[in-house]
Design a protein around this ligand. Structure first.
Ligand SMILES: [Mg+2]
Length: 240
């Protein structure tokens, strides 16, 4: 891979973005969203136990607990305790992500908080949209949670900038097959897609699938040693 080739991004037709550590400060998720969902989850599940979506989530939690031999039967109370533990340990479980999406919706809509998006993101979205690029998100948070986050930023509603949202229902972010499926869904050859993420193992999987990749380094730590991917500190210098 040549970092010096100035034309390497000319074929790009889509920018696919990670959220945490890329468009958004990881602290927002850990200091605002996770505590809010932990605080409101027990009551939310008990209040909405008969809703179809919540029932499906509880089934998913039960199945995982039984599969992992954590319990021999899982009542709602046991499921809630497991969900709280998964929030604390940042487990990427689809049922948890769905429930968190529902709870965060309430938080956004009642104005309990706004999301965080780095100030260089909106100008980049405008710039890339003007170039005719497709803009898409791939994050471990559910699609509903992603849309809420971009719908309630201090810079306004950014959700309409993105034509595609992908979450872990397409597969894990460290698996090459997930990126192959995303390319199919976008109807683009992999090399026409630029993936932006702060995580090396995600970039590795995307690059294996043939994507172009850039690593975001949002904090002030000096990068030392071998850097396998092009690194940028903000979106300003990406497809300027
Ligand atoms: Mg990330």
């Amino acid at each position: 891979m040549s970092l010096a080739n100035p034309n390497r991004y000319e074929s790009i037709r889509c920018v696919l973005m990670d959220i945490e550590g890329t468009t958004t400060d990881i602290e927002f998720v850990h200091s605002v969203l996770f505590p809010y969902s932990a605080q409101h989850l027990p009551q939310y599940v008990m209040d909405h136990e008969d809703d179809t979506t919540v029932q499906k989530c509880l089934l998913g939690v039960r199945q995982t607990l039984l599969d992992e031999n954590e319990v021999t039967e899982a009542h709602t109370h046991t499921c809630i305790q497991a969900l709280l533990h998964w929030i604390a340990t940042d487990r990427k479980h689809t049922a948890l992500k769905t429930l968190q999406g529902l709870i965060w919706k309430t938080g956004y809509e009642t104005g309990a908080y706004q999301s965080h998006v780095y100030p260089d993101v909106l100008p980049a979205l405008q710039r890339w949209q003007a170039k005719g690029l497709t803009l898409a998100i791939y994050s471990s948070g559910s699609v509903a949670a992603q849309q809420l986050l971009f719908g309630h930023t201090p810079h306004g509603d950014l959700a309409p900038y993105f034509s595609h949202y992908f979450d872990t229902t397409v597969g894990g972010k460290k698996e090459m097959a997930s990126y192959q499926d995303i390319a199919k869904a976008l109807a683009l050859p992999p090399e026409a897609i630029l993936f932006l993420s702060d995580m090396e193992d995600e970039l590795e999987a995307a690059e294996e699938a043939g994507f172009q990749v850039i690593q975001l380094q949002r904090d002030d730590n000096v990068i030392s040693g071998h850097v396998p991917y092009p690194v940028k500190r903000s979106f300003d210098a990406i497809l300027p």
